[in-house]
Design a protein around this ligand. Structure first.
Ligand SMILES: [Fe+2]
Length: 292
């Protein structure tokens, strides 16, 4: 069941979940086909994650993932789900796609065949849309290496293979324009009460029909929202740097928030400024709370 309450996580306080633990949860028919047992054990020992969000109903999830130096997927694969990533540090080579470094972003529609390996190690925010209106369930299908860069589900490569947001193999987010808040607001439903003049936005990917989008939000020092209020759609954010404040809550780098649609929260402020990775489940539509 989807979360009804706002969830706030400080990833610094969370233990890493080992890839070896994850391995134990896999069905034998899947686990035993991953490769020689010794190799599987050694490889998953280099994989760890902290789960930020998981909806069992749709399998939609978001994790903070760390791959140690030398990690390499044992097979090429594809998923029925969209896979999405934003690199926090390090480097990863995605066969069929590119060599991604800190600040790079990808949005991979279902079916595209890929393989990940890292020399120096990598840390990233890794999401699967799951069985939402964006994609299918989170599955993993083993594919042949020579298929890298092709689409298993849509071999004719028509427009349907591009999914709802296009195939974004490597977005160098540092090269995207910062949209000033007032200009960005014209593409949304309503941002009443936002401190638009202190806000800038980079759009990493978006669905033109539903408004679902992944963004970088830059709050200038002194950002101050006008009042408490609620978003009309689910809202997730991960603080990359700086800090934000909600009422008495201070959220620094590494904090994650899942805020369900309709949930009223205090006005957001940032004295020192902040950089935020945000996933918004539709066009932004913020309604200030009525005061009694
Ligand atoms: Fe993948």
């Amino acid at each position: 069941m989807a979360l009804l309450q706002t969830s706030i996580l400080n990833t610094h306080d969370m233990p890493w979940e080992s890839g070896l633990d994850y391995l134990r949860t896999l069905a034998p028919a899947f686990r035993d086909n991953l490769g020689p047992a010794e190799q599987v054990q050694a490889n998953f020992a280099k994989y760890r994650q902290k789960n930020l969000y998981l909806d069992p109903l749709t399998t939609r999830r978001l994790d903070l993932v760390e791959l140690e130096p030398g990690y390499s997927d044992l097979t090429h694969c594809c998923h029925d789900s969209v896979e999405e990533g934003f690199l926090l540090s390090g480097e990863v080579v995605l066969d069929g796609e590119g060599t991604l470094q800190a600040g790079d972003y990808f949005w991979r529609p279902p079916g595209w065949i890929h393989h990940a390996k890292t020399g120096p190690g990598v840390q990233l925010l890794l999401g699967f849309e799951g069985r939402s209106n964006e994609s299918g369930p989170v599955t993993r299908q083993v594919c042949a290496p020579q298929q890298a860069g092709s689409n298993h589900l849509k071999p004719t490569l028509d427009e349907a293979a591009l999914g709802s947001r296009g195939r974004l193999r490597q977005v160098r987010t540092g090269e995207l324009v910062w949209q000033p808040g007032p200009d960005f607001a014209r593409s949304q439903a309503a941002l009443t009460g936002f401190d638009l003049t202190q806000l800038a936005v980079r759009v990493l990917s978006s669905n033109p029909r539903t408004g679902q989008q992944t963004l970088l939000l830059r709050l200038a020092p002194g950002y101050q929202q006008g009042s408490a209020g609620a978003h009309a759609v689910d809202w997730q954010m991960f603080v990359l740097s700086g800090s934000v404040r909600w009422g008495s809550q201070a959220l620094g780098a590494g904090c994650f928030v899942h805020r369900p649609a309709g949930r009223v929260e205090p006005a957001m402020a940032s004295a020192e400024g902040a950089l935020i990775y945000a996933k918004v489940n539709g066009w932004m539509n913020f309604t200030p709370a009525s005061h009694s």
